[in-house]
Design a protein around this ligand. Structure first.
Ligand SMILES: CCCCCCCCCCCCCC(=O)SCCNC(=O)CCNC(=O)[C@H](O)C(C)(C)COP(=O)(O)OP(=O)(O)OC[C@H]1O[C@@H](n2cnc3c(N)ncnc32)[C@H](O)[C@@H]1OP(=O)(O)O
Length: 156
């Protein structure tokens, strides 16, 4: 039976599905899944309890940056295809890589809590898409990120 395609990352073709953060074919990765929620994108994940950042009860900052990065990459692809007025398919989905990523760590992110990432499309300018992402745990915005994503030329 064919897999149910729903999340942005499910539309990445196999060759582009090995990312540690979002590749559905990376069995050791986080395999995050991002979706539209109105004009925003959303991703929810429960990081394993060994992703600790120094102290046992907080999440490692590098993981936080990875989550923001990969959610922004998926949101950029979904936003671009929406701008083009096309449907997401494995044939049409554009691929984006990170050119620049900034993260402000605002509060410790508790281990064990569900993390919600909420993405906003800030700008689409040709191949360049800028995404803002809030990382929220237990109702607190623990980190804010902004990513400049560039569309891979072969997928233009
Ligand atoms: C090939 C990789 C495949 C990945 C598949 C992903 C699948 C999904 C997985 C998701 C993975 C999750 C995410 C990950 O982890 S992705 C992994 C981490 N990221 C990378 O490894 C990317 C490495 N960098 C590159 O490959 C190239 O530099 C890219 C492709 C980004 C651009 O090189 P390219 O030759 O294509 O384009 P260009 O140089 O003509 O620039 C074009 C425009 O962009 C502007 N600009 C460029 N850089 C910057 C900057 N730092 N700040 C501000 N602006 C910048 C530039 O001024 C120009 O603007 P304009 O003059 O047009 O106005």
């Amino acid at each position: 039976m064919e897999d149910k395609l729903e999340a942005f990352q499910d539309f990445y073709p196999d060759d582009y599905s090995h990312c540690y953060g979002c590749g559905r074919l990376n069995e050791h990765g986080m395999q995050i899944k991002s979706y539209w929620d109105g004009e925003e994108s959303v991703c929810r994940i429960h990081p394993r309890d060994y992703y600790t950042g120094g102290m046992k009860h907080i999440v490692y900052g590098g993981l936080i940056a990875s989550l923001i990065d990969c959610h922004a990459a998926g949101t950029a692809a979904a936003a671009k295809i929406k701008e083009l007025g096309q449907e997401m398919t494995r044939e049409t989905m554009p691929r984006f890589v990170t050119a620049n990523l900034n993260v402000n760590f605002k509060a410790p992110t508790p281990i064990g809590a569900e993390i919600e990432l909420r993405g906003k499309v800030l700008e689409i300018k040709g191949r360049k898409v800028t995404i803002g992402v809030d990382l929220i745990a237990e109702g607190v915005v623990c980190a804010e990120g902004q990513a400049l994503m560039i569309q891979v030329k072969e997928t233009l």
